[in-house]
Ligand binder design. Structure first.
Ligand SMILES: NC(=O)c1ccc[n+]([C@@H]2O[C@H](COP(=O)([O-])OP(=O)(O)OC[C@H]3O[C@@H](n4cnc5c(N)ncnc54)[C@H](OP(=O)(O)O)[C@@H]3O)[C@@H](O)[C@H]2O)c1
Length: 245
């Protein structure tokens, strides 16, 4: 694969939180980055304006399969074949399983899991033609260890790690690496509903004595996309300050 292809990245869910931090880290590292979400954000608009054409965004719901395929075609036309993918878009419907509505569970499975699988399929096709690539799936510590109140969300995240391992076997001979990054609790919109008491408890249980920051995770994602990790595939790298040790 050419240096040019390797530096074309797709990041799902880049409008805020971790996805936005990953877009920024990749732009800094010289990638051209295409991202999408349902809505844009002021910080992403500013980053696009400052990127000299290296960052693009489109409004897209990851569950819309044909819109996703059309987006990937437009990325190829504008930047060339995709060589890097970060599956970051996700949602968390929290609550005790017995209290959850079936439609909320299905929607979360569609967004977190089916969205990841379909986007990976579309990008992997371009990577195969381009001669290689790297995929990073953002799973979670809740897919590695049990936490009360997130059973259905945990199921989607553990499934993403299983997907990572099998896809790594499927694509390895084509020089495409597939890894997961499993963050601990980070302060983003997704965790905004945690009470101060809940946050303090997580900090107490974390050997590094703080919550995660999005850049703790985006730097690891950048490493897994780069040749610095050329012999790493099929792994889940937990980035949680030691919470699950
Ligand atoms: N925050 C944490 O503590 C934590 C811990 C472990 C793992 N994670 C994982 O890290 C990833 C990012 O989390 P975050 O905290 O940054 O979340 P966030 O702040 O809620 O951001 C989620 C992103 O995904 C996009 N998104 C959500 N639903 C979408 C859909 N149907 N189609 C397209 N885009 C969609 C959102 O944009 P729109 O809403 O505009 O579509 C947004 O850009 C998620 O996969 C999450 O499960 C987070």
């Amino acid at each position: 694969m050419t240096e040019n292809n390797r530096k074309v990245a797709v990041v799902s869910g880049g409008s805020r939180g971790l996805g936005f931090s990953i877009c920024e880290a990749l732009i800094d590292a010289g990638y051209r980055v295409a991202t999408f979400s349902r809505k844009c954000s002021p910080e992403l608009e500013a980053a696009i304006a400052a990127s000299d054409g290296a960052l693009m965004w489109e409004a897209l719901d990851i569950t819309d399969e044909s819109a996703l395929a059309a987006f990937l075609r437009r990325v190829r036309e504008r930047y060339g074949r995709i060589g890097a993918l970060v599956n970051c878009a996700g949602m968390a419907n929290e609550g005790l399983l017995t209290m959850m509505k079936a439609k909320d569970i299905s929607r979360m499975i569609q967004v977190n899991l089916e969205g990841t699988i379909l986007l990976s399929q579309g990008c992997a096709k371009q990577m195969m033609v381009g001669g290689g690539g790297s995929i990073v799936n953002i799973s979670s510590v809740v897919g590695v260890r049990g936490f009360k109140g997130v059973a259905a969300y945990s199921a989607t995240k553990a499934a993403m790690d299983g997907f990572t391992r099998s896809l790594a076997k499927e694509l390895g001979s084509m020089s495409i690496r597939v890894n997961s990054v499993a963050p601990g609790f980070m302060e983003t919109e997704m965790t905004a509903e945690l009470t101060e008491q809940q946050k303090a408890r997580i900090v107490r249980q974390t050997p590094l004595s703080r919550l995660g920051r999005v850049d703790d995770v985006s730097s690891v994602v950048k490493f897994l996309l780069s040749d610095e990790s050329a012999f790493v595939t099929g792994q889940t790298l937990v980035v949680d300050g030691g919470l699950t040790v």
